[in-house]
Design a protein around this ligand. Structure first.
Ligand SMILES: Cc1cc2nc3c(=O)[nH]c(=O)nc-3n(C[C@H](O)[C@H](O)[C@H](O)COP(=O)(O)OP(=O)(O)OC[C@H]3O[C@@H](n4cnc5c(N)ncnc54)[C@H](O)[C@@H]3O)c2cc1C
Length: 497
């Protein structure tokens, strides 16, 4: 997505752009597999911070809504526990307060209100100086804290997310629920800083589904870039960077072609450069301190079509493990969780349309990066049995024949995304200052820019799009224009004071 966004903006500005992609289609981790019910998304499904895409389209003189049919989800996620407890979270704060009170009581309501308020303060305080800043430093972080000293208490610098949540919520189910947000950026709540509770805010501010699936966003951006003269070559790998006197001069492709270039925007995993996969010339792009950063989580991902029977699903559903954080202890040991939390995206639901009898599903179980996996953890029937047995406890059955092609494992992710070790979200977010340690878009090699989930501001479809915009701003020397205020509903309409 970062490569596509950079290609669109640069071609719009009149640069001659070539995109070299080793896969057969655009999108990278935004990927589909065929099924009897049509293409199934097997990458990202939770689309948040839509204003980032609106800004990108505005910048190239287009309107996102002319191309992408967005459906805002009133119910963000439906959560289930095997004792029969179920909780919906909504895109309205007051609805969440009521829902939490209905299921967990009035103390839980107050605890959630405090959690929401504090994470909102953190999100708002750090959005501009960290996320939107192409090169945040300890100084920029300190300045925010000096201006609002009350943030320190909310940041809880010495606590993990799991530790903070277990003190914040009397009911462990709510700690488990909000701890899961660390996995959105590839972290375990047991190792992530308490501050990562702010990831909830990205979702609380709106989740959208795309009619036609996430792939539509990637294909649309590709087409808009083509319309502006960008040229895409698929099934083609960049084998080596041509670097001379600390400046990039072009790239060598696996088909023997050489492309001379003034600028190269690298959207692969920065570790691929560090490990010398693109030749020794590219290794200085990632300084030593960034080469030893721990990797974020990987996942087992299923994509399939089936007739479903079980509890009433919405678009996004989470079926929790019985014991909070047991899955993260198993993942640390490199084994498939004995008691996994399973995310299910029922892709045909939540789009204000009737859904077919045979539906499309994506299922995700978190996992360790490939190199930390114990041997034999990728056995297809074992993984399948464990997750289907777990779902059977919730009364769920899928009427379909699961085949190996339905599952992508951490090792398969590692093969698909070179240098990634199968980790899906770049460096691990463990440690208070991990956000500052990530590679930045301007590399130490002149003309070489890094974009994507392994680069500041990090993983997630909107984040990597922001990252691309940082790279374009560096290349053109112009600051990016991203709106500081999100579109919102204002009570009172025109009569608002
Ligand atoms: C299962 C899953 C679920 C996710 N869920 C969500 C979600 O719900 N919401 C969300 O916001 N994010 C989610 N994410 C994360 C999100 O998908 C990623 O952060 C984002 O899409 C990564 O984009 P990127 O720009 O880093 O590029 P990538 O998607 O990593 O693509 C990089 C591209 O570079 C190509 N490439 C690499 N090296 C070379 C080379 N040498 N030559 C040619 N081509 C090369 C690769 O083939 C690939 O196409 C999820 C990810 C996964 C895998």
């Amino acid at each position: 997505m970062a490569g596509l966004a950079a290609a669109l903006e640069l071609s719009h500005l009149g640069y001659r752009v070539r995109v070299i992609e080793q896969a057969s289609a655009p999108g990278g981790k935004i990927r589909q597999v065929p099924s009897m019910a049509g293409p199934v998304d097997i990458g990202p499904t939770v689309l948040t911070l839509v204003h980032v895409f609106r800004d990108l389209f505005d910048t190239v003189g287009e309107n996102l809504d002319d191309y992408i049919d967005l459906v805002r989800q009133k119910i963000l996620v439906r959560h289930w526990w095997s004792d029969g407890t179920s909780l919906d979270l909504f895109d309205r704060h007051d609805s969440n307060l009521d829902a939490i009170q209905d299921v967990f009581g009035s103390v839980a309501r107050q605890e959630y209100a405090k959690f929401h308020r504090e994470t909102a303060d953190l999100f708002d305080a750090f959005d501009a100086p960290m996320m939107r800043n192409p090169e945040p430093t300890l100084g920029s972080m300190n300045r925010v804290v000096l201006q609002q000293p009350s943030l320190i208490k909310k940041m809880r610098p010495h606590q993990t997310l799991a530790g903070y949540l277990s003190g914040q919520f009397s009911n462990p189910k709510l700690g488990q629920l909000f701890g899961r947000y660390a996995t959105y950026v590839g972290g375990s709540p047991l190792a992530s800083p308490a501050m990562l509770g702010l990831v909830w805010q990205a979702e609380a501010r709106g989740v959208w589904a795309i009619r036609g699936g996430m792939g539509k966003l990637a294909r649309t951006i590709e087409q808009l870039a083509v319309n502006r003269g960008a040229h895409f070559s698929y099934d083609t790998q960049v084998e080596r960077l041509d670097v001379h006197n600390d400046k990039v001069r072009g790239v060598y492709l696996d088909n023997g072609e050489y492309i001379a270039a003034n600028f190269v925007v690298f959207n692969g995993d920065p570790q691929a450069l560090a490990l010398g996969h693109l030749g020794t010339g590219g290794t200085p792009a990632v300084p030593g301190s960034q080469r030893t950063m721990a990797r974020s989580l990987s996942a087992y991902v299923w994509g399939f079509a089936a007739k479903y029977s079980g509890p009433d699903l919405i678009h996004h559903n989470v079926f929790f493990a019985d014991e909070t954080n047991s899955e993260f202890r198993d993942i640390k040991r490199g084994i498939f969780p004995t008691d996994p939390t399973v995310y299910i995206c029922a892709q045909d639901r939540g789009k204000n349309m009737s859904y077919p009898d045979t539906e499309r599903f994506e299922m995700i179980v978190n996992a360790a990066p490939a190199s930390q996996m114990a041997p034999s953890q990728e056995d297809f029937s074992q993984c399948n049995d464990k997750v289907l047995n777990r779902l059977a406890k919730f009364g769920i059955t899928f009427q379909t024949q699961f085949e190996t092609r339905n599952l992508t494992t951490p090792r398969q992710f590692a093969a698909r995304f070179p240098g990634s070790d199968g980790s899906l979200y770049g460096p691990s977010p463990s440690g208070m200052l991990s956000a500052l340690k990530k590679p930045k878009t301007q590399s130490p090699i002149a003309g070489l820019y890094l974009v994507g989930g392994g680069v500041h501001p990090g993983a997630g479809v909107p984040m990597v799009t922001l990252c691309a915009r940082h790279a374009v701003a560096k290349i053109t020397g112009a600051p990016i224009s991203t709106s500081m205020s999100r579109q919102t509903v204002t009570p009172g309409g025109m009569s608002t004071a």
